[in-house]
Design a protein around this ligand. Sequence first.
Ligand code: FE2
Length: 268
Amino acid sequence: MVRGAPQLRRYGIERREFLRYLAAVSVIPSLPNLVTGQVVERPTFAANPFTLGVASGDPEPNGVVLWTRLAPRPLEPFGGMPAEAVLVRWEVAADEAFTDLVRSGATPAVPQLGHSVHVEVDGLEPHRWYFYRFHTGPETSPVGRTRTAPAVDVLPERLRFAFTSCQHYEVGYFNGYPHMQQEDLDLVVHLGDYIYEYAGNENRVRKHLGGEINSLNEYRLRYAQYRLDEDLQETHRILADGHAAAVAGDLECAGPAGDGCAAESGHA
Ligand SMILES: [Fe+2]
């Protein structure tokens, strides 16, 4: 029996595809390039700008990513923020009262990124709880809680996580989250379909604002609508998001949940 050439299994992505991806990623502007004018160091706000809460994610043994977004009027265009960069200070402490401060810093929140803040904190200890908060002008965010990953050479006695996916704002309340908050978890993995892009429908328990979303500003508004859900927001406040970059499905996700996932649309 003549056998054909062995079938080689291929893994990974084609070189050409990789180069295309690299070219796409390389045009994503870095934060220092986005700060063109003055950064307002002591901004004032008509209302507290931390309406969308705080979140942490991508835990590593020595650090986590912290997130918030300034939006004093979250359902208005640009979250009710002026088109200027403002300074946001951040703090990480070992205790909830912030008497034992371990890391702190400041970063501009820029209009090009919807005044979102993304801080990569390092220098932390593995597999322990930390507390964090943000300040801008006279305003202070809610206190978030996060947990670093175990050290890479340590097999923890226990590691508990929950996963969540396919949260459609219109078809139900997010009543799984209060249960999750009681579960003594190390982290929550958001697998995807964090928001849905569809137009608002009548006769459902809640209604998406506006029509089907396409533009960046429409996406930001839809994310804001979801993030205003108190149960979702509280889960982000007290539990870090796990890494979902390796999850395959009808969508692609990377980074802290809520920053990059939507049904059918891939990266948002
Ligand atoms: Fe889904």
